[in-house]
Design a protein around this ligand. Structure first.
Ligand SMILES: [Ca+2]
Ligand SMILES: [Ca+2]
Length: 130
């Protein structure tokens, strides 16, 4: 594989990496979400027609710059702030009975109003993102 920092712990793909667009969306055994729609940086995936192999989708430098904004697991749309937009995304996920684990704000394995409450407390600054 061709990583940004070979051997340095940075597993972002380079433009020429053979892992680009080589992934599939097959389900792993016992996985809760067969098709991860965001990568480890919160970048939506796939970027092209196919998934990239690994934790990160390859992005151009412009997109990679956006990914460097500070974000937490509570920043659901990865825009750098945890706010009412993220709360709306969470509520939509609950209403659509999403099984994406990113919406499990309180990390209890269930997606329900307790996650909304937890996210509201994060937004209000009462608790750090769990
Ligand atoms: Ca956000
Ligand atoms: Ca939960």
């Amino acid at each position: 594989m061709s990583f940004t920092l070979q051997g340095g712990g940075d597993y972002h793909l380079t433009a020429s990496s053979p892992a680009r667009n080589s992934g599939t969306n097959l389900c792993a055994p016992n996985s809760q979400s067969c098709v991860p729609t965001i990568d480890f940086d919160g970048i939506s995936r796939p970027k092209d027609s196919f998934y990239d192999i690994g934790a990160y989708e390859y992005t151009s430098s412009t997109l990679a710059l956006a990914a460097t904004l500070p974000s937490t697991p509570c920043d659901l749309n990865a825009d750098g702030s945890t706010d009412v937009v993220d709360a709306q995304l969470l509520e939509n996920a609950i209403l659509s009975k999403s099984d994406a684990t990113i919406y499990d704000i309180n990390r209890d394995g269930q997606l329900n109003l307790l996650d909304v409450q937890a996210l509201q407390n994060v937004i209000l600054g009462k608790i750090p993102c769990p």
